[in-house]
Design a protein around this ligand. Structure first.
Ligand SMILES: [Zn+2]
Ligand SMILES: [Zn+2]
Length: 644
């Protein structure tokens, strides 16, 4: 048989016999590489290490450094899971088992629900199979053979009918498990060194709620035990920080069954934090040349027809309300309201840019079952502003928006972010509105603005909205998780639909450029992000209660009241804990409520006019004259310190 030519990443070419596998290529380079190899890339396509090459090829060996290798590894672990389930519960029907960002899952259909004890059993069996070092064997079947082989696996049959060519590949793992799968996988089960099954959830076959319900087992897998441990610790920490749990423990907000899902009730403590978040934004609006406006929550359906929302966004809107004169709709967006204000009179170029800002509450229909705490809701408030300007002004406006967004991050204590610039497809398709000139103007303005500010924002082609390009900023929280934050979005659609104009220097009428921008995004979601980022221990300037005064006995009650009054007079949010409880008990409670300062007063403090200061993080900070403490607190609050 003739030799094949293998080109390696360094450009060198090897001559190898037919039937050579990437694993053999790896061995010829170094035994160490063969040991570390997870999967190969052959002519740019992921390829089993043990699958023979089919012709001359460029071959790359992927090891544990590669994200693609991790996906293959996790997908292989999903097979291991399915094999274990079939050994233990042979009646189970298999759905699909892909890798995901955080690991993998496999969907199963079975009469009896899996229990947490089942998960333990399954995981144990996975380790047993792992120890057998079974190969992931790639086999080929004709479609006909496949339909017979999988006769007792109806979902696989469905997939084979839909997707398989005349001949298709499948993978076996031991005598009981075969999977209709394109692959690739790791060569054998002993490659899999660290995994953990995490949870069971409901899912629909093909994600369609009209289909049968399945049980989805989630798991995760890493190349080594250390990475797995780290991830599991992070999950534990994330659970502790879950804003739904903390929201209840700290009495910040609730969702009320009687009122409906996805609708948020801010309790007094959450209300204070919200007020501070909103005040910060309103102050900034005014400082930065925005005007503050308010627009109605319900408006005629005719407006939503004019804006096009009814036609393109209708299924996300609440149903109509018939009034005597017309049908009305709850607003899903604030833009049309701001547009009506802009075009209430003829504008001159001298007035531009017009920046209209609102903390505008919108209502959007989310499918039941998709709501999630403060993050996915049916009613929320956007810090929404719309900028109307001339083409010449656009770059500076974008720079201002992005600087503003960076200041939001800084003010609330986030150090890291990710930005993305989404552009159109250059006009290849019909799906985008607007002229090439408009797109060029807007995209160049976005690109120059990120350059001017030194923001890293990779361009994602063909990801823009149909009506204009945008920049998205996601923040990274204390656990390194990404949260959607700011959007700056051009719009070539609405100015046209509403026939927006301004009178230019030339005395003629022109169409203004329009930009939507929201920096917190949604105040509800931003609040949820803050709760999780700070694990409920808000910076002092945001803390619902900044200090609790605790008399040791009733003897100091009078003095404690004075301290409390003095704190409130000075403008701080303080509480007096005058219950007849031991001071340690009071401290423990304040600590659980994440109150920044506990001020203990005994006889000595009462006599000397001082307070014994205890900080939620740093513990005992010693006694201080009350006025000195007040001055220090003033400084921390005024500077809006976020890492105290
Ligand atoms: Zn597979
Ligand atoms: Zn808008």
């Amino acid at each position: 048989m003739s030799d094949l030519h293998v080109t390696l990443p360094d450009g060198s070419v090897q001559s190898v016999p037919a039937g050579t596998r990437p694993l053999d290529v790896a061995r010829s380079i170094s035994p160490r590489l063969a040991e570390d190899a997870i999967v190969a890339k052959v002519n740019g396509t992921l390829w089993d290490l043990t699958r023979p090459l089919e012709g001359d090829a460029t071959v790359e060996i992927l090891t544990t450094g590669s994200p693609e290798a991790l996906e293959v590894y996790r997908h292989s672990t999903a097979h291991l899971l399915a094999a274990a389930v079939l050994e233990l519960f042979p009646e189970t029907k298999l759905g699909i088992g892909p890798p995901i960002d955080t690991g993998f899952y496999y969907d199963f259909q079975r009469e009896t629900p899996f229990t947490p004890e089942d998960l333990e059993k399954i995981e144990k069996r996975m380790w047993e199979i792992q120890a057998r070092d079974l190969p992931y064997e790639r086999l080929y079947r004709t479609k006909e053979e496949g339909l017979q082989l999988y006769a007792d696996q109806p979902m696989k049959i469905e997939l084979i009918k839909e997707r398989a060519g005349d001949v298709f590949s499948e993978y076996t793992l031991g005598p009981h498990f075969i999977d209709f799968c394109r692959g690739p996988h790791v060569p054998s089960t002993q490659k899999i060194k660290a995994f953990k099954l995490l949870s069971i959830a409901g899912a629909y076959w093909k994600g369609d709620e009209r289909n049968q319900q399945l049980q989805r087992i989630y798991g995760t897998a890493f190349f080594n035990k250390k990475d797995l441990e780290e991830y599991l610790n992070k999950l534990e920490e994330a659970k502790k920080r879950d804003h739904r749990k903390l929201g209840q423990e700290l009495d910040l907000f609730s969702i009320q069954d009687l009122a409906g899902p996805g609708l948020i009730f801010f309790h007094p403590k959450g209300g204070i934090v919200r007020k501070l978040i909103e005040d910060w934004m309103r102050d900034q609006y005014l400082k930065r040349g925005y005007s503050l406006v308010y627009t109605p929550h319900v408006m005629r359906a005719h407006l939503w027809q004019t804006s096009g929302h009814l036609q393109t966004y209708g299924e996300n809107m609440f149903a109509g309300m018939e009034l005597d004169d017309a049908e009305y709709r709850l607003k899903p967006m604030n833009c049309p309201g701001h547009i009506l204000i802009y075009r209430d009179r003829l504008r001159s170029y001298r007035e531009l840019p017009v920046r209209l800002g609102e903390l505008g509450t919108v209502y959007r229909y989310e499918r039941s079952g998709t709501m999630h705490g403060l993050l996915r809701v049916r009613g929320f408030t956007q810090d929404d502003a719309h900028i109307f300007c001339t083409p010449e002004q656009i770059e500076d406006e974008i720079v201002n928006c992005l600087e503003f967004a960076m200041d939001v991050l800084k003010a609330f204590g986030f150090e890291q972010y990710d930005a993305e610039l989404s552009t159109w497809d250059g006009g290849k398709s019909e799906k985008y509105l607007g002229t090439p000139e408009q797109w060029a103007l807007a995209e160049n303005a976005l690109k120059r603005a990120v350059e001017r500010l030194g923001i890293q924002a990779p361009v994602i082609p063909d990801e823009a909205a149909f009506y204009g390009p945008k920049i998205d900023v996601k923040l990274l929280d204390a656990l390194g998780r990404k949260w959607q934050l700011s959007t700056v979005q051009f719009d070539f659609n609405l100015p046209k639909r509403f026939e927006l104009e301004y009178v230019g220097e030339d005395g003629k009428k022109h169409q203004p450029v329009m930009v939507h921008r929201a920096l917190y995004g949604s105040i509800e979601r931003f609040f949820g992000t803050l709760i999780e980022h700070y694990a409920g221990a808000f910076p002092v300037w945001l803390a619902p209660v900044q200090a609790v005064v605790m008399p040791i006995t009733d003897r100091q009650l009078e003095y404690a009241k004075k301290v409390h009054t003095r704190l409130e007079e000075a403008g701080f949010r303080a509480q007096l804990d005058d219950r007849k409880e031991k001071v340690n008990f009071k401290i423990r409670e304040a600590q659980l409520q994440k109150v920044p300062y506990m001020l203990v007063v005994g006889d000595r403090e009462a006599e000397s006019g001082s307070v014994a200061v205890r900080h939620r993080k740093h513990g005992d900070m010693g006694a201080k004259p009350l006025e000195e403490f007040l001055a220090e607190l003033r400084g921390v609050v005024d500077l809006k310190v976020t890492n105290d």
